[in-house]
Design a protein around this ligand. Structure first.
Ligand code: GDP
Ligand code: IMO
Ligand code: MG
Length: 422
């Protein structure tokens, strides 16, 4: 039938995993379309926290098929570990998981290149998760990559050795970056164990699998990773990831057409966070930022790094909404803002006293002034209803973004969610 796309509107970690897990029962198929193990999508079910990196967030439902799409980059070692960490959930991998044969593989030497490149950048580093994402997508666009389907061919080992040798030559350009031979050997062993593991999974032609399902009248939820402001094209370049994270990437990453797309569900926190380097105009420094980080538990799901925190930024959200064609918003973490005297939001940007339209080329341009506005704070209500001040905040955001907030999340658990507007 149709594909609904769910993606992040900020710098990642908006709560995509939680919302996918909530919406999943409406869909027979959940498909990840880009990114790789740089992602960390958290689900909290029956009091237990599960963090997924490559596996789509519908994996806990036995009746749903989860596709790791063509646009995803896969680290076989981390995928194996991730799936093993789900052993308590009695998952039938053959039935519940498919891997697209055109998805590219992250080699141990891709990770080394990622680390060497970040090391060489020094203070100007991107703040990468060091999962090998950038070098793998570089090899994909450079037409040197190795795909999941290649592991079934007799030339796989030769191709692997060639690409590794090329990476080693590139690494020699970073003489100050030391490589521990022992570590490389261990990583390579884990990689090949991961390859053997993947061989036993259900590897499919991803686009054909989806075309057949759509023709049979099935709906698909396409799960994005990262967020719009980390998009390689439209994010805060160069402080971005190496894939397109926007709704258009659901088409390229899954092999579906724009006509297949129905709803685009954009996720935003009620405030904003970022992990890694790069501009963040509405960032709160000092105690205010610290208090949001503590209250929101803002530490990376993949790397454990503290997330930078700030107010929700409506000009940036407007930008993200237009790029993605967002039709519905899910706002998460409204509970984290409870019991504050007032809640601020970035309302506009101005330069030389004049409000500017759109987003400046350089978000770090010193002439930019962020104009804030605020609403009175709210607290939790005894009956779970929406506090009038929270309602006023929701209405303000909806008016300024011209898109309805359809879901309101007020806790990490699956059931902590209000559906708004009927
Ligand atoms: P994702 O990468 O977009 O899936 O988000 P992450 O899982 O990296 O980070 C979101 C964090 O917020 C996780 O720890 C979630 O369990 C948590 N979370 C999601 N929604 C809510 C919410 O409404 N309230 C609170 N307090 N936590 C939430
Ligand atoms: P999810 O799907 C938040 C950030 C990194 C770094 C930049 C580049 O959980 O929302 P990379 O490893 O891709 O080379 O890192 O992007 N980043 C994320 N930040 N959530 C993510 O994923 C991220 N994936 C990458 O911190 O700044
Ligand atoms: Mg995350």
């Amino acid at each position: 039938m149709a594909v609904d796309v769910l993606l992040g509107l900020q710098w990642g970690d908006e709560g995509k995993g939680k919302i996918v897990d909530f919406l999943a029962p409406q869909y027979p198929i959940i498909a990840r379309f880009q990114g790789g193990p740089n992602a960390g999508h958290t689900l909290v079910v029956d009091g237990k926290k599960i963090v997924l990196h490559t596996v789509p967030s519908g994996i806990l439902y036995s009746e749903i098929v989860n596709l790791i799409g063509n646009g995803v980059v896969i680290d076989p070692a981390t995928l194996k570990k991730e799936i093993e960490s789900l052993s308590a959930y009695d998952i039938d991998l053959q039935r519940q998981l498919r891997i697209a044969e055109k998805a590219h593989l992250i080699l141990p030497s891709h990770r080394l290149l990622d680390a060497a490149s970040e090391h060489a950048k020094g203070a100007g580093k991107i703040g990468s998760t060091l999962r090998g994402i950038g070098p793998t997508y570089m090899d994909k666009t450079g037409r040197n990559g190795i795909r999941v389907g290649d592991i079934m061919t007799s030339s796989f080992m030769a191709t692997y050795k060639d690409l590794k040798a090329k990476h080693m030559r590139l690494l020699s350009l970073y003489p100050e970056f030391s490589i521990e031979e022992d570590e490389v050997k261990k990583a390579e062993e884990a990689f090949f164990e991961g390859i053997e593991f993947i061989r036993r999974l259900s590897i499919v032609n991803g686009e054909q699998f989806l075309h057949n399902a759509l023709e049979k009248g099935m709906d698909v939820l396409a799960e994005g990773a990262q967020g719009t402001l980390l998009d390689i094209e439209y994010g805060s370049y160069p402080f971005v990831t190496s894939s397109n994270t926007i709704s258009a990437a659901a088409c390229t990453g899954l092999g579906i057409s724009p006509q297949n797309i129905r709803e685009v569900i954009g996720i935003t926190k009620a405030y904003c966070t970022r992990v890694g380097s790069g501009p963040f105009p509405s960032e709160l420094h000092g105690e205010e930022g610290e208090s949001l980080r503590e209250k929101g538990g803002e530490f990376g799901a993949t790397t454990g790094r503290p997330r930078r925190c700030g107010w929700i930024d409506l000009p940036l959200l407007n930008y993200a909404i237009k790029i993605n064609g967002v039709t519905q918003i899910a706002m998460t973490k409204v509970d984290v803002l409870e019991d504050m005297e007032s809640v601020s939001y970035a309302d506009s940007y101005s330069v030389n006293g004049a409000v500017i339209e759109g987003i400046p080329f350089d978000l770090e341009d010193e002439r930019i002034v962020v104009n804030y506005n605020n609403v009175s704070g709210w607290s939790a209500t005894k009956d779970g209803s929406i506090h009038p001040n929270l309602q006023a905040f929701i209405e303000t955001v909806e008016r300024k973004l011209s898109v309805p907030i359809r879901y309101l999340s007020n806790g990490p658990e699956r059931e902590k969610l209000n559906i708004l507007g009927g």
